[in-house]
Every structure is written in C-alpha cells, then in structure tokens.
Design a protein around this ligand. Sequence first.
Ligand SMILES: [Zn+2]
Length: 126
Amino acid sequence: MSDEIISQENSHASNEHLTSEAAPSKQNETILKEVNVDAKSRQQTEKEEGDALKKVTRFKRKTCRFCANKDLVIDYKNVELLSKFITDRGKILPRRITGNCAKHQRIVAQQIKRARIIALLPFVVK
Ligand SMILES: [Zn+2]
C-alpha cells in the first residue's frame, strides 16, 4: 500500500516537473524531496571523491623545502627567503600553509623575529 503511494507520488512528481501547474503544497513536497536526494547524492559523491583522492589532493602533504634542499640556510639576513614565510600583513605563516617541518618552522619563526628586530622585516603592515 505504502509502496503504491510512493510510486504514484514519484510519477506525479515527474509529471509536475514537466507541466508544473498543481497544488503548491505538493510542489513544495516534491522540491523538498529533490533537495534531500541532491544532498544524499552529493554526500555520496564527496565520500567517493574523498576515498579516491585522499592522498592525491585533499591531504597532500607539502614537503619541507629545507629538508628537501640541505643547502638552504635559514638566516635572519636572508630577507628574500624569509619574506616567503610571512603574509602581506607581516604575520608569520603557519606550518599548515608553508609545509615546513616542525624543526624548520621553529627556525624560520626565530629568524623572522630576529629580522624584525633589526627592521629587515616588518612586525605589521598596515
Ligand atoms: Zn624540515
């Protein structure tokens, strides 16, 4: 019985979609249903994408450029290098953005602070 009703409504809904002149309450119901279906399918696709691309795009871990290149020395006098690790407002970028390892991020932060004190880098840009 309930199955029959649902199938009827579904057929009705598709008809309404084409002709679209019916009771407004029913239209609302169909719209709600469609939205629900959309959300469900979206969740599913997101899940699938997450499973498929987890290691490729979403959680791609940047490699620490100082670990990769041992010749790069973090020095407070090297403003050109250090300025890559601050925002345009002068704040030190977090590790999740720079991709540095903890060790090198600490050094970068320390050297940026030194450079600030001798006015090679700004504390704040207004
Ligand atoms: Zn490192």
